[in-house]
Design a protein around this ligand. Structure first.
Ligand code: SF4
Length: 347
């Protein structure tokens, strides 16, 4: 039985020195992890400890810290989340961004609470983590690939199937230091704030691939955690304010936001959608009825939120993609002020 101070934590982190292509295991600073609870708090604390104010975002001295929290890898819904903390590109200050999916849970179940990436590699590399081990691998053959292609390629060469591994990667934008480049995991979970993908690109790190892992997170009272997980799910499912979210995620909010007059239309010049019939094409019933939805929830999540959709007509017929969410529908829909029905797609 581990010390109570370690409950909820794997107890180790990895320091990856890309300049010297070295990986060092470090014990987790338990006091720091408890004081700054959660992946973002932990990352910010390490960033302030290790990166002086004068260091620029692209300097090898900058850190890129991937961290999970004490619920990561447990049965609590959303326990696959991870936070990335760094000195950000656009604002020049401490920045963090988070993504859901599986990556955080897999890292924890591989025996690590966090990764601290430092230095800059002299060649393009990727990091492969599996069952308590980590290694840096040549990634020259992945240069220029987008994040979906990188994930497919790494899984293929290492022999993993869909949910046997989670890959967080940058695409060409990150490699070319585009200042709003993101880090994308699991083909759809995006840590996208403040150019963190460009920081990863500046370090010549193309991807971090983490195998599913078989370790369990030590918990003080696993039965209580399981009961809490059920309570969270039941509450979200049954509460009238969250039932729609449970059923459709943010996809279900487009119509609600329009009803209360908060939908941005024509670049915020109005909140009135001019074509009520077309508005129906943004409803979850229309989208799920038309694009062959297939549930694709995150680690331990039972919300009917994340789905894959298959495009059923036009030049992209047969392509399976993530179902759009509110922000996507809003930004690519009424926000742009295009109300004529296009020949293909959602429009
Ligand atoms: S499926 Fe949706 S609600 Fe569930 S953890 Fe993932 S992003 Fe969150």
């Amino acid at each position: 039985m581990p010390s109570p101070l370690l409950y909820g934590y794997a107890g180790q982190l990895l320091r990856v020195d890309l300049t010297h292509e070295k990986i060092i295991e470090e014990p987790l600073d338990i006091e720091l992890a408890q004081t700054f609870l959660g992946g973002a708090g932990f990352g910010i604390a390490y960033l302030y400890r290790e990166v002086p104010p004068e260091i620029q975002w692209f300097a090898p001295e900058n850190r890129l810290i991937f961290a999970t929290g004490p619920l990561g890898g447990t049965r609590i819904p959303g326990g696959g989340t991870f936070s990335v903390t760094t000195k950000g590109v656009l604002a020049g200050g401490a920045a963090f961004s988070q993504a859901n999916g599986f990556w955080g849970a897999f890292l924890k179940r591989s025996g690590f609470d966090a990764l601290i990436i430092q230095g800059a590699a002299g060649r393009l590399l990727y990091l492969y983590i599996h069952d308590g081990l980590a290694e840096l691998r040549e990634a020259g053959h992945l240069a220029g690939l987008d994040t979906w292609e990188v994930e497919d390629q790494i899984k293929k060469e290492l022999g993993y199937r869909k949910r046997g591994m989670s890959v967080a990667a940058i695409g060409p934008a990150g490699e070319n230091l585009v200042k709003f480049a993101a880090i994308v995991a699991d083909k759809g979970h995006v840590a996208g704030h403040n150019g963190i993908g460009a920081v990863m690109g500046s370090k010549n790190l193309k991807a971090i691939a983490v195998a599913r892992g078989t370790m369990t997170v030590p918990l003080y009272n696993p039965e209580k955690v399981a009961a809490l997980s059920k309570m969270i799910r039941d509450t979200v499912k049954e509460n009238p304010f969250t039932r729609n979210l449970y059923q459709y995620g943010t996809l279900g909010t487009y119509r609600l936001v329009e009803k209360v007059g908060a939908l941005p239309i024509k670049n915020y010049t109005t909140n009135i959608y001019p074509d009520k019939e077309k508005l129906e094409q943004f409803t979850p019933e229309y989208i799920r009825g038309r694009f062959q939805p297939k549930p694709n929830p995150c680690w331990m999540c039972q919300m009917h939120h994340c789905h894959d959709s298959t495009i059923t007509e036009g030049p992209y017929q047969g392509l399976s993609v993530e179902e759009p969410e509110f922000e996507c529908l809003s930004a690519m829909g009424g926000h742009q002020g295009r109300f004529r029905r296009p020949r293909t797609g959602l429009g």
